[in-house]
Design a binder for this molecule. Structure first.
Ligand code: NI
Length: 201
């Protein structure tokens, strides 16, 4: 066998192997998607009992019949939370009066040590008149965050007693039946969020 023929065979076999693997992967991921969609409801979210800005106990059941736009954060957050809540508020302002009547923006504090009901209530008012701020015991907050697969972790306390709280920054949409619909990444522009919401309302 000439050296040229030998390399030609090696290259042909190599290309065939790459094509086979790529196609195989596509077919497998196709099956995977199908399986996921036939599994139905996504296991994100769950029941909670928290406290609103007026000190009233609020549960997930209080939002049935509305689209809940949910964000986890804390009022001392220097930038991420204000940005996200600002975008949510701007998205709501792009909805019609009919559409906005169907949604409730909800902010859940993952820093209940500092975020009392009053502080959270006053904080959300800065962003949108319809926004509801919730907080609760650390256990209650941990439990609801866990059900949404939202992560948070208290950082180091400095000399002034201040500390950051590292946290995920997704905006969740929960349907009127209490089922998770979608989640927007941090920094999703208001107009994209508004378009997505209009499509589901
Ligand atoms: Ni934040």
């Amino acid at each position: 066998m000439s050296r040229r023929l030998f390399f030609a065979i090696i290259i042909t076999v190599g290309v065939a192997a790459v094509v086979f693997v790529t196609l195989g992967r596509d077919i497998m991921s196709g099956n995977d998607t199908q399986q996921r969609s036939t599994q139905g409801k996504v296991n994100i979210g769950g029941p909670f009992q928290l406290v609103d800005g007026s000190g009233k106990t609020v549960s997930d059941m209080d939002f049935r019949g509305k689209y809940m736009i949910l964000y986890f954060g804390y009022t001392f957050c220097p930038d991420v939370c204000p940005t996200s809540l600002g975008e949510i508020a701007a998205a709501l302002d792009l909805l019609t009066a009919d559409e906005i009547a169907q949604v409730v923006p909800v902010f859940i504090s993952i820093d209940p040590e500092r975020d009392t009901p009053k502080i959270v209530g006053e904080y959300v008012e800065h962003f949108h008149e319809r926004m509801i701020g919730l907080t609760g015991s650390i256990d209650a907050v941990k439990s609801v965050a866990k059900s949404y697969k939202a992560y948070f972790s208290k950082g180091e306390v400095d000399a002034d007693g201040d500390y950051p709280v590292d946290h995920t920054s997704y905006t969740y949409v929960i349907g009127p039946d209490g089922q998770f619909i979608t989640a927007y990444r941090h920094a999703t522009p208001a107009k994209d969020m508004a378009k997505s919401l209009k499509d589901m309302l």
